[in-house]
Design a protein around this ligand. Sequence first.
Ligand SMILES: [Zn+2]
Length: 407
Amino acid sequence: MTIECPSPPLINQDRLWRDLKDLGEIGRRAGEGLFRPGLSRADLEAKAWFKERLLDAGLEVIEDGVLNQIGRLPGKRGKQPVVVGSHLDTVPGGGSYDGALGVLAGLECTRTLKESGADLDHDLEVINFSDEEGAHGIGTVGSRAMLGLLSKTELDSCGFSQSLARAGGNPDQAFSRVRGAEDFKAYLELHIEQGKVLESRGDQIGVVSAIVGIKRYKVTVTGEPGHAGTTPMGLRKDALVKAAPLFTLLPQWVSEQHPEMVGTIGSLDLLPGAPNVIPAECSFTVELRSVRQVDLDQIQKRLLKYAKAKSGWSVRMIYNTSPADLSSELMDFTGQACEDLELSCHRMPSGAGHDARSFAVAGVKTGMIFVPCTQGLSHCPVEAITKDQAARGCQVLLHNILSLMRA
Ligand SMILES: [Zn+2]
């Protein structure tokens, strides 16, 4: 006997697109993009708008201690929920799709499944996580807080607790609804790629295999100040000149280490910083990203060894997260969904951090789906996707949800 699985219902792409456009007006400044930093007035307005959409869809709405918003469609047998999430906050001057696509596609899938009367074993939750973009200096606050991966001290010291209180929350209750890996069936996130890989390959869907780990350092090189007119070249201890060889060495080390690894010197300061004074101090950041811990460790070792061999160098780590592998079962589900929908797909790592990373680190079965964005541009006002791209990603997400419900 063969058991026929009914084909998944089609999402309503007009409704999804309208939601994206409506939300894209909240916190918009003409010509400058969106300004919805986590827990800002505009972000709270977006949360109020989203709550209305959840209620309109007939979902149970729950708000936890850090103002994560959860819309729940109860399953028939009350098993652990399948969770679909992302974030509605933006960077200053951001676009309409980073985060918003994942949340609103989750909502659209939930509405579609509810309307179709699908028999779901598990609860289905769509979550808008608070402050993913790091308005308080640390990112993915909502997802990490929900999973107990942050402490009260961290929330207090970065200023999130104060913003939470201003937004009507209670910082003492921030962790009142912490959930563990055993509380979830799986976590899925649809997101724009924020890079050019899919577009340059002409692929329609990205199957995310892992999320990079990130190490950041502050490097300080000390020299000696002096008059830029009266100090002969041979008598100088110019901090910038001492530091300069590393600016070309580091990209070389990283390229040699692994083709998918990246490294960036993204900010640089000179002291005292005047045209007629020889730099006495040169400080800069080094950022490394890779899906392989060994790459991060190797380049760190080279950097520390290099600095130790020189005089006047110091290296301080300022940020450190480990890479997170995503579920191969969910990658296969996405691959299967693409085959069923006749979409081209490509397996790739994510070079950016996401709420999905929090779930993977916490031990939840986690999957991520990318859709291309125009010219790979993101975190800027011109960030763009097409209606078709949004619809394809959402439909693949819905196929994945159903695969998980049956698994
Ligand atoms: Zn995002």
